[in-house]
Write a protein that binds this ligand. Structure first.
Ligand code: PLP
Length: 400
């Protein structure tokens, strides 16, 4: 028996962190690196939110809070779910954690036993299957590739569900593809789920505010209220208000589940940072007008990146509806050789050769469960993106 736990041995290290680490090492060696591998907005947290945190500190809001969040934040969360998502909830139906990730972790840890199954659409956010495995349960992968716009179809969902299924994990708009489900598409999934009352739904809506082209965001408990009693609707201020470092995520869901998550959180991190919670109250209750400006900036960047990647490069890039990622296919270039002499057998060879030869850091698709692709985050300046796209074009042109 070794020192490290069996649970830990089931978990893989994060590929996105590994690429970012390699990019940092190259930058320290003096290389000119453009890292488009991370997933956080390049804006600063709005001033009113920063001021609310300073006020909270000065007023002595510096102590332990309720495990599941201060009442003012839970009220703001309930108001947000009502206002933006049409969910009829009160503060008692809401729960706050140190980031959206801790919400997911708490929910799965509080419910999964060895042998349980969790349906995970592919490609997925890297942490989903790892958290499921850490809990001793099995991810069941349901393919949602480019042929369906990276969205899970009702037929594929139906086939993935078994008597052992405890959860379906949904993420819209998606990391890594940017795909956002329409209300009609969620309706199709809801119809399947209504036939399987033992399945709970965890929907990760953390990119909610980043939906483009005037389209409206939809979430499954809103589309089918009959599913609300077995849906955990997760969200957070990390991406919406450029607050990744503040660590505040929130959710609404069935009370017995929230009670279980409270019990677990009470024995781990206790409560999210009191100062961050007061900042999040201001983020949710304060002015939201800046969001449409940010959205317009991201949409322009998306359009520039998609056009550049499709410009006779051999890559195939769909136009995503949301988030700040594109997930192009590099399948047509695999099996060939880069200008620097690397045989590009896999998507990982592609991104590693691209980093070595041009200094652009991306993440290979197989890290998200779908080979032959890569993820590019366009949460970067217009200048950096234009430079990166031009380097990718040169790299692709050199492939023989
Ligand atoms: N869910 C998705 C799909 C994400 O991309 C991320 C962050 O990258 C998170 C959750 C985690 O959010 P937080 O930083 O609030 O824990």
């Amino acid at each position: 028996m070794g020192f490290l736990s069996d649970a830990l041995s089931r978990v893989a290290p994060s590929a996105t962190v590994a690429i970012s680490q390699k990019a940092r090492v190259l930058a320290q060696e003096g290389r000119d690196i453009i890292a488009l591998s991370a997933g956080e907005p390049d804006f600063n947290t709005p001033e009113n939110v920063r001021d609310a945190a300073k006020r909270a500190m000065d007023e002595g809001q510096t102590r332990y809070t309720n495990v599941d969040g201060i009442i003012e934040l839970k009220q703001a969360v309930a108001a947000k779910f009502k206002r933006d998502n049409g969910l009829d909830v009160t503060a008692a139906d809401c729960f706050v954690s140190s980031g959206g990730k801790q919400i997911i972790f708490n929910a799965l840890m509080a419910t999964l036993n060895p042998g349980d199954e969790v349906v995970v659409p592919v490609p997925y956010w890297v942490s989903y299957p790892e958290i499921v495995r850490l809990c001793g349960a099995e991810p069941v992968f349901a393919v949602a590739d480019a042929t369906t716009g990276f969205k899970l179809s009702p037929e594929v969902l139906e086939r993935a569900i078994s008597p052992k299924t405890k959860w379906l994990l949904l993420n819209t708009p998606s990391n890594p593809t940017g795909a956002a489900y329409t209300a009609e598409e969620l309706r199709g999934l809801a119809d399947v789920l209504l036939r399987h009352p033992h399945v709970h739904i965890l929907t990760d809506d953390i990119y909610e505010v980043l939906v483009y082209d005037g389209k409206t965001f939809a979430t499954i408990a809103q589309v089918e209220p009959a599913l609300q009693a077995r849906t955990l609707t997760m969200n957070g201020v990390s991406k919406s208000h450029a607050m990744t470092g503040w660590r505040i995520g929130y959710c609404t869901g069935p009370k017995p589940l929230l009670a279980a998550m409270t019990k677990l959180q009470g024995q781990s991190t206790t409560n999210p940072s009191s100062i961050s919670q007061w900042a999040a109250v201001e983020a949710l209750n304060g002015p939201q007008e800046f969001l449409s400006e940010w959205r317009a900036v991201f949409q322009k960047r998306r359009d520039m990146v998609v056009a550049g990647l499709n410009a006779n490069t051999g890559l195939d890039c769909l136009t995503p509806e949301g988030a700040f990622y594109v997930f192009p296919s590099c399948a047509r270039l695999l099996g060939k050789t880069s200008a620097g002499g690397t045989v590009l057998k896999t998507d990982e060879d592609f991104v590693m050769a691209l980093l070595d030869e041009t200094g652009v850091a991306l993440v290979h698709g197989s890290a998200f469960g779908l080979a032959g692709h890569f993820r590019l985050s366009y949460a970067a300046s217009d200048e950096q993106l234009a430079d990166a796209v031009s380097r990718i074009q040169t790299f692709c042109a050199g492939i023989k």
